[in-house]
Design a protein around this ligand. Sequence first.
Ligand code: DI6
Ligand code: FE
Length: 403
Amino acid sequence: VTSNLYINTRLATLSDGVAADYGMIENGAIAVHDGHIDWIGEVSKLPANYTGDRWNRIDLQGRLTTPALIDCHTHLVFGGNRAREFELRLQGASYEEISRSGGGIMSTVRNTRELDENALVEDALPRLDAMLAEGVCTVEIKSGYGLTIADELKMLRVARKLEKHRPVRIKTTFLGAHALPPEYADRADDYLSEICLPAMELAAEENLIDAVDAFCEGIAFSLAQVTRVFDKATELGLPVKIHAEQLSNLGGASLAASYGALSADHLEYLDDEGVLALKNSGSVAVILPGAFYTLKESRQPPIDALRKSGVAMALATDCNPGSSPMTSLLLTMNMGCTLFGLTPEEALAGTTRNAAKALGLQNELGVLEMGKLAELAIWDVEHPSELSYRVGFNPLFKSIRGV
Ligand code: DI6
Ligand code: FE
């Protein structure tokens, strides 16, 4: 077991226990033992037992240390790409029109069904590597481009396998209720009964599911249908999340909140009632500026109302081939600030502390505190606001995972 003592670093702890902005500790030190943060604080207060030979001292030369970043909403596993649709949208076609004419999610479903597990792993790795290069240590990955029992299980197995290929923690989310495949056109309830719910049950038996999500939207599933999905998840003991209020307001966030959802995601059309529901349930609002940007939406999520109500806000890439072909969580932070008016501190909390909460990992990850897992990102910047400030520049010096 390695015991490392990192010294000469500025710490953005994001911890509530540290009163300064960003939970900053200047002249910080972190002792890492057995994968956990053994001690953290100002170097002047370092207890004597951390100075012996047992501790391997590493001088970070004044660099900034933050919790490793967490991308809490991605569709990282898929086949093909949708650059052709990008061209169509630039010529004026809308995302909904493309979706209704058999493109959109369904074109990715066709490509994903064609590939076997190994090919899907190979497709996903470059995207995952781009995330890791920016200090990400945890990635949530959803199914939802299979839409048959076998193909949904295949996607989840691929997501799990990525953990064996790279030093990353993957949290899997079953999104069988992502789109209605053409073979079930106008028979959404049959799709749920015959494919989605049985796939969820089988995947849960194989321990392939950490949470269950559903796309609640006019072009996807209704409140009543999402209720069936959430009832099944609850029966299987799985936490839920939702894609809601992205293109219209159906009340999906309130429904998810009534199931104690980990998070409600997108939320551009969220109303006051939805904000209140999220506040009362303690669900995280996951903000996805990449999709807003890509689809050139104009309606912004109600950031101010969420902030005033004290709803925890996370930020994620929504990495997917259609509405957010983006792997950069740093760019997401910049967009969260520039497009939606988040503060850089909220943006960093949104990819660390609150992203951990959106995955149910708040006891292990997301802040720099004694006892938490030692997953750190070391940056060549002076102040944490720089992480949101630059556009398309990666100042990561090094990621540390466990040692
Ligand atoms: N909302 C999204 O933004 C993605 N899925 C979802 O439910 C889009 C997925 C795609 O266009 O492929
Ligand atoms: Fe999504």
